[in-house]
Write a new protein. Sequence first.
Length: 173
Amino acid sequence: MKDANNEKIELIKTVYEQHWLHARHVENERLWFTNIFAIIFAGSLAVTKDKLFEISSLPLVIFLMILSCFGIMFSLKIDSIFKTHTEYAKQILKTHGLYDMWARYNKHWVNEKIRISRLFPIFFAICFYFFLFNLIYIFLKILLLSFIIPATLLVVTCYSLYRLKYDQFVEYS
């Protein structure tokens, strides 16, 4: 009986550890993608310099817009996966009466109010709308109109991401 109990404890430890390892892994994926994106973004701006608002930079602008859209979707998906693994890890702690440790750490006001994971899709949205501004300006050459349209859409996107509550865990049965 003692061996079966020890095996069960080891299994629970292993499952808990795997959830945390997967959560860390997806965080690292998000950071790597963001780093690579930032390098491509900065490199593109450095290479094009003054030609960014010319028709010759149109393929680059469109590519960076697509990459930014992918970044938004990727960061939303990664956050969902991260939340799933952390919630399952918390459920293991709750089931075995070890949740108090976790709850004390997470009840800090910083952890409740500031969600860094919510800034990633906003960062990619800002980049997308910068390139939309660039695209509109290439064709219209009207600075104010080129600014107002992407700025308005950015505000709508940020509000939509806020209302979406994509970082809240929902368990399906």
